[in-house]
Design a binder for this molecule. Structure first.
Ligand code: GDP
Ligand code: MG
Length: 307
């Protein structure tokens, strides 16, 4: 028998949802990945990389924090964009804490201001203002930039961080955890995301397309998994289609003699192998699907409508 101290108080366990919101490209997915210690959301230098709401889960002895990585909030120009913005603003009423992430290396613009107003009207949860990319902030601009963001979200606690360098992100996390309610774990303790492996694989393929092609292609790309077969404990066979909107984009993705597609496939395969834990055979096709971003049925088919 163990000695039980009659004065012992059960340690408090907290759990809840922390949304990360902000403009496209400020580093939301980078921050969530840094917290959960795995790439649950793909990252690229191109805006609008994240298309759906992604949950990344961090389990600690004292707390389970479910980060909700959102598509950037921007002025939508097509149906996909609209669904993305609706998904991002929809989470505001459902979470326990909101991290409003901004690019703290430059002055706020109209989009930051609109998001600030939206938080005022829609977020019931406490808001933490995080000024990211502090590694790029010039010392002479610190004062002006910081004050400009303060003016947008007047009552929020705030902090300067760098998601890529992991500067101050623990402090920010502690501020978030302090605002979470007491509660048990919400997800199994050994998972880092609620996405299934097929969804992860299609995102990892799309990430390579974003990273390896130039401007014109990225926003027009969608990836669908057509085939998934565990041929043995050691090998999974995956077939996937990369959809683009125009013939010219198909040409870019395939590349001269298929070189680009080969490069995309190889890099994506290596990333998928890390998730499945063994060898993967990845077969990729490229198809043109005109205006898929504006078609309700294609968005549904590609799993891009709001849950
Ligand atoms: N210099 C710098 N770059 C960052 C930082 N955080 C993110 N980035 C970069 O900003 C770009 C957009 O990041 P991403 O996480 O996809 O932004 P999201 O659209 O808000 O999810 C990527 O190229 C990141 O590497 C940071 O703290 N410092
Ligand atoms: Mg993102």
């Amino acid at each position: 028998m163990k000695n039980i101290d009659p004065n012992r108080v059960a340690p408090i366990h907290k759990s809840g949802f922390v949304a990360v919101v902000g403009k496209p490209n400020v580093g939301k997915s980078t921050l969530v990945n840094a917290y959960v210690g795995a790439k649950v959301a793909i990252v690229s230098p191109k805006p609008q990389t994240t298309r759906r709401v992604i949950r990344g889960i961090l389990t600690r002895p004292d707390a389970q924090i479910v980060f909700v990585d959102t598509p950037g909030i921007h002025r939508p120009q097509h149906r996909l964009g609209k669904a993305m913005v609706e998904a991002a603003s929809g989470v505001l009423s459902e979470v326990d804490v909101v991290i409003f992430l901004v690019d703290g290396s430059r002055m706020p613009d109209q989009d930051d201001k609109r998001i600030g107003q939206m938080l005022d009207s829609k977020a019931h949860a406490p808001v933490l203002l995080a000024l990211n990319k502090m590694d790029r902030l010039k010392p002479e601009n610190i004062q002006a930039v910081t004050e400009a963001y303060w003016a947008i979200v007047k009552h929020a606690d705030w902090m300067r961080i760098s998601a890529t360098r992991k500067d101050n992100i623990d402090k920010l996390l502690n501020q978030a955890v302090a605002r979470l309610p007491e509660g048990p774990e919400l997800y199994p303790t050994d998972i880092v995301t609620d996405q299934n492996i097929q969804a992860m694989a299609s995102e990892l393929i799309r990430e390579q397309v974003l990273l390896q092609t130039r401007q014109e292609v990225p926003h027009s790309v969608a990836v669908a998994i057509d085939e998934w077969e565990d041929r043995s404990d050691e090998l999974t066979h995956i077939g996937a289609t990369i959809f683009v909107e125009r013939d010219s984009q198909k040409g870019i993705i395939i590349g001269a003699g298929g070189a680009m597609l080969k490069q995309i496939g190889q890099a994506a395969r290596e990333q998928i192998e890390e998730w499945v834990g063994h060898k993967v055979y990845l077969e990729l096709w490229v198809k043109v699907w005109e205006k898929w971003r504006d078609s309700g049925s294609s968005l549904r088919e590609l799993g891009l409508t709001i849950e």
